[in-house]
Design a protein around this ligand. Structure first.
Ligand code: SAH
Length: 344
């Protein structure tokens, strides 16, 4: 596969041009085209010599990702099936709000985590995305919007910390002051609980937001819905989260998908609050969005609000998220699932 230009820092583009026998400033021009103008075609890059473009085109591409299909609700969530160079596809979602536009990017084709209610794993795992394929998703949305998105959340298909190096590189590229310049605090990494990834992130010195998908108040229940509990048990995970908040002075958001009769009882809320009270965090409650492969439903609004009140009464801050994009097969791997039959 060709290397995506969107995945290279200015210094790397300069070195690339120099290795093709051209001066370093050509690399700066390339960066401008790709990261500032959002170019996806060599033909757009009018100020670059044809010989350079021809030489680079053998190994590099300005279009590592393209839109295959779009679905959306008017004025609401828009979702794209995005095709990659090797024929694989992932999903990218735009969640507009009154004052900001949030892009949800995928980090892998499929996922290895196998969470019970998530569609991303159901058609198998192919590979991790390159940094350029991740950055290119944000450019696709910027082009569709006609402006730079405000926030980026790594909550599409895949487990970001199962593809750590490319994901972190994509964060630094999106955050680059001479590129899209998306503030680190406007970038959220979401993990199912890959402990070594949390530890590494704590040492990066970058102010991104961290979300951890917990979904259960105790290890026994978590094991039933998240196989990762067998590898990184909840106690170890929460210890790592506490260390992260101490080291970075930043809080953590715990994602908690509410499933009726599974993890939504008042006792579950009490137990969850008891475990989370000891460090700076908040809980983001998400009603289950229906997926074909998982028999379960979201609790009633009242039950979810009652769950939230118990957390808050016990000193744990929480929010109840409206599930967005139901009409477009929300951000849970369902679009790719529709386009590709299950492999297992
Ligand atoms: N792998 C990462 C990021 C991707 S998923 C992670 O696990 O955090 C983003 C969030 O959506 C996760 O919290 C995930 O558990 C949740 N999710 C997946 N399927 C869902 C569904 N059907 N309904 C509600 N939330 C879901």
């Amino acid at each position: 596969m060709k290397t995506a230009l969107q995945g290279l820092f200015p210094e790397e583009l300069k070195a690339l041009c120099q290795s093709a026998g051209q001066p370093a400033f050509r690399g700066t021009q390339l960066w401008q085209w790709v990261q500032v103008q959002g170019a996806t075609d060599w033909a757009q890059m009018g100020n670059l010599p044809k010989a350079l473009k021809d030489a680079l085109a053998a190994t590099h591409t300005p279009e590592p990702a393209r839109i295959l299909t779009e679905s959306g609700e008017s004025g609401g969530t828009r979702k794209w099936l995005v095709g990659l160079d090797d024929g694989e596809s992932v999903e990218t979602v735009l969640i507009p709000a009154r004052d900001r536009n949030t892009v949800c990017v995928s980090t892998q084709v499929g996922c290895r985590m196998g969470c019970a209610f998530c569609a991303s794993a159901k058609c198998g795992f192919a590979r991790g995305l390159s940094a350029g394929e991740i950055v290119a998703q944000v450019h696709l949305v910027a082009a569709a919007l006609g402006k730079r998105p405000d926030n980026v959340v790594y909550m599409g298909m895949g487990e970001p910390f199962d593809n750590y190096d490319e994901v972190l590189k994509s964060v630094r590229l999106l955050n680059h002051p001479e590129g899209l310049n998306i503030g680190a605090r406007r970038i959220t990494l979401s993990t199912s609980g890959v402990v070594p990834g949390i530890r590494r992130l704590a040492g990066e010195g970058i102010q991104v937001e961290l979300s951890v998908s917990l979904h259960a108040p105790n290890p026994e229940l978590r094991r039933r819905i998240m196989p990762i509990e067998n590898k990184y048990p909840m106690d170890e995970l929460l210890r790592e989260c506490a260390d992260y908040t101490a080291k970075t002075k930043r809080h953590i958001t715990f994602e908690y998908t509410l499933v009726k009769g599974v993890n939504d009882s008042p006792r579950d809320a009490e137990e969850l609050a008891g475990r989370l009270r000891r460090f700076p965090c908040r809980v983001n409650l998400i009603p289950l969005s229906p997926v074909d492969e998982f028999k379960g439903e979201a609790p009633s609004r009242e039950a979810m609000e009652a769950f939230l009140r118990i957390l808050e009464n016990r000193g744990v801050e929480g929010t109840l998220r409206e599930s967005k994009g139901k009409g477009v097969d929300a951000a849970c791997g369902q679009l790719r699932r529709r386009s590709k039959p299950a492999s297992g």
